[in-house]
Ligand binder design. Structure first.
Ligand code: THU
Length: 130
């Protein structure tokens, strides 16, 4: 888990969040054991920005991964930064319900670990369309 958290810290340093000043880093381990990270990217048309988890998912898929096996997220200070509702659904697309999501402080100390099922119970996913 340390490698995942360290990657999230490095990613957070690249966040572009001049409007909210809430800097988020996320890192995800894929089915090959590789880590992919991302940060939030805001812009002047506020609603058009996107979350750190989105950046990390895009990196994971573009690098050839297909499954999210573990996640770490961190925001400002010791604020509990759980993935937002939209990101929970985006993670759901590529992750099983028992995947662990580690929410950490800015410095990387674990605050709390959730499973995806805890954050998005009774979820709708790709299986529902089969
Ligand atoms: N943010 C994330 O990057 N991930 C989350 O799960 C929560 C919120 C970002 C979006 C926005 O750039 C800033 O944090 C404030 O909402």
């Amino acid at each position: 888990m340390r490698d995942l958290v360290d990657a999230a810290i490095v990613a957070r340093a690249k966040a572009h969040a001049p409007y909210s000043k809430f800097y988020v880093g996320a890192a995800m381990r894929d089915e090959h054991g590789l880590i992919h990270a991302g940060a939030n990217m805001e812009n002047a048309a506020y609603p058009q920005g996107w979350c750190a988890e989105c950046s990390a998912i895009a990196h994971l898929i573009m690098a050839g991964g297909t499954r999210i096996k573990e996640v770490a997220v961190l925001g400002n200070g010791a604020t509990l930064c759980t993935p937002c509702g939209g990101c929970r659904q985006k993670i759901r697309e590529f992750a099983a319900g028992d995947v662990k999501i580690h929410c950490c402080t800015e410095q990387g100390t674990l605050i709390r670990t959730f499973t995806l099922d805890e954050l998005l119970p009774a979820s709708f996913g790709p299986e529902n369309l089969r």
